[in-house]
Design a binder for this molecule. Structure first.
Ligand code: AHM
Ligand code: MG
Length: 321
């Protein structure tokens, strides 16, 4: 079960549907374009504090707009992506396709961590892919309000000192690195599983005054014997945990009871990757892999990484009064 995807130099394992292959080709071509934009850094990314804000109240950066437009264009051209939910677009977007019964629905954070873009720190694009339900002909939010376990594939692109594509399917989690001479992705890790060790934890410790006692107990308990690493781009922090072992926490607090991370196009995607790499993700009480979203831009608290540490967190939250 493998398929040749334009832009990737070896057949991709876990994919044998040509329409899904076309979705991945669209993502690969967007990744290459955005990688070039990200490399330009401050030549194009000049945040304007008085600029437009998105539905989440966050400043829209030049790269957010470029990233969104790039994905919208490749998905539209693909003729196989029938719909998109995107962090930067208030409502669902639908596209014409060749054959609605062979089409897919994507969720997307086009550029995660844009507040790091003007300081040359790693950022990324996060995507999840659903096969349509109800014969695909229903064109509304129902196509997207599904748990992570329904994705047929999901992943992210990391724009750092190199550009990486992480692609998870139920068969395996693979890593591809962009060869910038040939402008094609090369498989660099063919079957990723989160290591048994968990040397790192990541959390924005600056919010500790806003946490309730349960969260303080969780953080105090899991930080023992571990090094703190916090990039402030979920893709970067999660990628370290995927390859080296670690846990990422973004709990709710008094200002944001549901935290900051969006369920559909951030937490669910990462939970899917973690799941097929042997890890876990929870909102503290329920597995995010199985969590049914209620709205497209819903937020969720998230604790994700090594499964034994996630179980420890759930047990602290269950038992602490
Ligand atoms: P974004 O998708 O709008 O960039 O926001 C999500 C980002 C995550 O990548 C990161 O982990 C988090 O926000 C950092 O938030 P904070 O600055 O509150 O720690
Ligand atoms: Mg994000």
């Amino acid at each position: 079960m493998s398929l040749t995807i334009k832009g990737i130099n070896s057949p991709v394992q876990g994919v044998d549907d040509s329409s899904l292959g076309a979705v991945l080709e669209a993502i690969v071509s967007a990744a290459k374009l955005i990688s070039g934009n990200v490399q330009s850094g401050m030549l194009i990314e000049r945040p304007d504090p008085d600029g437009v804000r998105n539905i989440h109240g966050e400043l829209v950066h030049t790269l957010d707009t470029l990233g969104t437009n790039t994905f919208v264009n490749v998905f539209k051209d693909s003729q196989v992506v029938a719909g998109l939910v995107c962090e930067e677009l208030d409502v669902e977007t639908f596209f014409d396709v060749k054959d609605i019964s062979e089409s897919y629905f994507c969720v997307l954070d086009p550029i995660d961590g844009t507040s790091n873009a003007d300081i040359a720190i790693t950022i990324g694009s996060i995507f999840g892919i659903f096969k349509g339900t109800n014969g695909n002909s229903v064109l509304d939010a129902r196509q997207f309000l599904r748990p992570a376990k329904d994705f047929v594939a999901a992943g992210y692109v990391l724009y750092g000192s190199s550009t990486l594509l992480i692609l998870a399917t139920p068969l395996r989690v693979q890593e591809f690195t962009l060869d910038t001479d040939k402008m094609e992705f090369v498989c660099t890790r063919s079957d990723i599983s989160i290591p048994a060790e968990c040397p790192y934890y990541s959390v924005n410790q600056g919010y500790d005054d806003l946490w309730d006692d349960k969260i303080k107990t969780v953080v105090n308990s899991i930080k023992r014997g571990r090094s703190l690493r916090y990039v402030g781009s979920l893709v970067s922090d999660f990628h370290r945990d995927l390859i080296r072992g670690g846990v990422y926490l973004y709990p709710g607090d008094t200002n944001n009871p549901e935290g900051k991370i969006r369920l559909l196009y951030e937490a669910a995607v990462m939970s899917y990757i973690a799941h097929y790499a042997g890890g876990e993700a929870t909102n503290g009480y329920t597995s995010i892999f199985n969590l049914q979203p209620k709205s497209i831009h819903q937020r969720t608290p998230i604790f994700i990484g090594n499964s034994n540490v996630i179980e420890q967190i759930e047990s602290i939250l269950r038992d602490t009064t």
